[in-house]
Design a protein around this ligand. Structure first.
Ligand code: NAD
Length: 245
């Protein structure tokens, strides 16, 4: 038998997972046997299809509507999870937004920190893992939205800060820096999926645009024992643009 990532018995929270990369992460962790908590700002009815898809391959996720930029809401969300499931093993800080400066900072940087700090006492009990979604634009300067790049650079700094400060608690903290992943965020910027493909067709070294599952696979690796000797690392997943583009 091949190697199996088995997260049965573990509990994971994925923020901003109503669609896109987050929804793919929820699916991937569910397939690995994890009890996943989905979070977003939308009505639960809008994520019902993801809940059902996951239920077919694993445990039905539990949805919590919460704005992660509100510290009190975040504390309530974490408490609700621990009251219901008794533990928290994995926190995937995926929620992100392209907005004005204040909103970008509130969600992309401060909101992530609120989630990590609220989850810390419970992750400490399970030798937990935190995964932070930053962006390859932090290194490349791409996207055209300075407030996005700057606040995602905050996520990068947060990954290193938390890795250093949580290591003694037994919590590992790693990041993923994607670029050019087909999702609403990217499609909104270019207007349509076709326009995204047209723009990137000839400039992706690997000859393709990334899909949410490509990032979910890396998050799974950083969430399980395969990465047990890593903390404070940020993996770039950009189809090769940064290094050979
Ligand atoms: N798509 C890409 O190419 C790309 C590249 C680099 C980094 N990223 C990062 O990956 C992550 C996921 O991006 P995506 O492309 O799937 O985007 P997306 O817009 O499809 O999904 C982001 C989700 O976050 C949710 N969200 C926004 N504000 C929130 C809040 N305050 N509280 C809770 N949820 C909130 C949104 O409702 C949305 O469902 C983001 O952090 C993004 O910055 C994406």
């Amino acid at each position: 038998m091949g190697y199996l990532v088995d997260l049965d018995g573990q509990v994971a929270l994925v923020t901003g997972s109503g669609q896109g990369i987050g929804a793919a992460i929820v699916q991937k962790l569910s397939e690995a046997g994890c009890q996943v908590i989905m979070n977003d700002v939308c009505e639960e009815s809008l994520v019902e299809h993801t809940l059902q898809e996951c239920e077919q391959v694993g445990k039905r996720p539990f949805y919590i509507r919460c704005d992660i930029s509100d510290e009190q809401q975040v504390q309530k969300m974490i408490q609700k999870i621990v009251d219901k499931y008794g533990r928290l093993d994995i926190l995937v800080n995926n929620a992100g937004i392209v907005a004005d400066w204040d909103k970008s900072y509130a969600v992309n940087t401060k909101g992530m920190y609120y989630c990590c700090e609220a989850a810390r006492p419970y992750l400490q009990q399970t030798k937990g893992r935190i995964v932070i979604l930053t962006s390859a634009s932090v290194f490349s300067g791409g996207t055209g939205f300075p407030q996005y790049n700057v606040t995602k650079a905050g996520c990068y700094a947060l990954t290193l800060f938390l890795a250093r400060n949580y290591a003694k608690l037994g919590i590992r903290v790693n990041g993923v820096a994607p670029a050019v992943i087909m999702s609403k965020m990217l499609v909104t910027r270019f207007g349509s999926e076709e326009a995204v493909r047209e723009h990137y067709r000839d400039i992706m070294p690997l000859g393709k645009i990334g899909m949410p599952e490509d990032i979910a696979n890396i998050v799974l690796f950083l969430s399980c024992e395969l990465s047990d000797y890593m903390t404070g690392e940020v993996l770039i997943a950009d189809g090769g643009r940064m290094h050979i583009g």
